[in-house]
Design a binder for this molecule. Structure first.
Ligand SMILES: [Zn+2]
Ligand SMILES: [Zn+2]
Length: 182
């Protein structure tokens, strides 16, 4: 299990259920009363551990050739802190624009595209052969090619890099807004 260090003492944060919501409190409570909101805990997690990027092969729906697709699965990374994060839904490519933009500069098949279904622009995978949009839903929220490993936590063979916080500088507000949409 991974741990996020307390800001005030040598303890670490554990999830606690409050009257209205889940929050993180110091393991040394009641000696230490430091608390974090969930998005603040995620922010501290990213600062400590960065974000894992995964790549795997899929068959392009348009040209039928094999193409590489990329995403992060922050919700799965966070399960190393607490199983609670199984319940927050997918956080992957298309969700954190600061990170998506950085990935699009490294991997040229990641492009900003307009989706008619969602009526907005976001970063998504495209086919390396025919450039067809591989979409967000089927790739990120239903990555059936790697679903087994995703649920058993055996994702190492798809891990291509870990991006440290200093390289991304995701603002706290952006992490907060992830939850306001859900
Ligand atoms: Zn503490
Ligand atoms: Zn294609």
């Amino acid at each position: 299990m991974k741990k996020v260090k307390c800001r005030l003492c040598s303890g670490h944060y554990v999830l606690r259920s409050g009257k209205f919501s889940v929050f993180a409190g110091c393991s040394n409570f009641p000696k230490c009363r430091s608390t974090l909101k969930i998005h603040e805990l995620i922010f501290e997690y990213i600062k400590t551990y960065g974000i894992n990027i995964y790549a795997w092969d899929r068959i392009c729906w348009k040209c039928g050739k094999t193409t590489k697709v990329y995403s992060y699965f922050l919700n799965y990374d966070l399960c190393e802190l607490d199983d609670y994060f199984e319940s927050i839904g997918f956080i992957g490519l298309g969700d954190i624009e600061t990170l998506d933009k950085l990935l699009s500069l490294k991997y040229n098949t990641i492009c900003k595209k307009f989706s008619k279904t969602e009526n907005k622009s976001y970063f998504a995978n495209t086919c390396e052969h025919c450039k067809a949009l591989q979409g967000r839903y089927y790739v990120v929220e239903d990555p059936h090619e790697i679903m087994d490993e995703l649920f058993t936590g055996d994702m190492d063979k798809y891990l291509i890099e870990n991006i440290p916080y200093e390289k991304m500088k995701i603002p706290l507000e952006e992490i907060k807004s992830l939850f306001e949409l859900r």
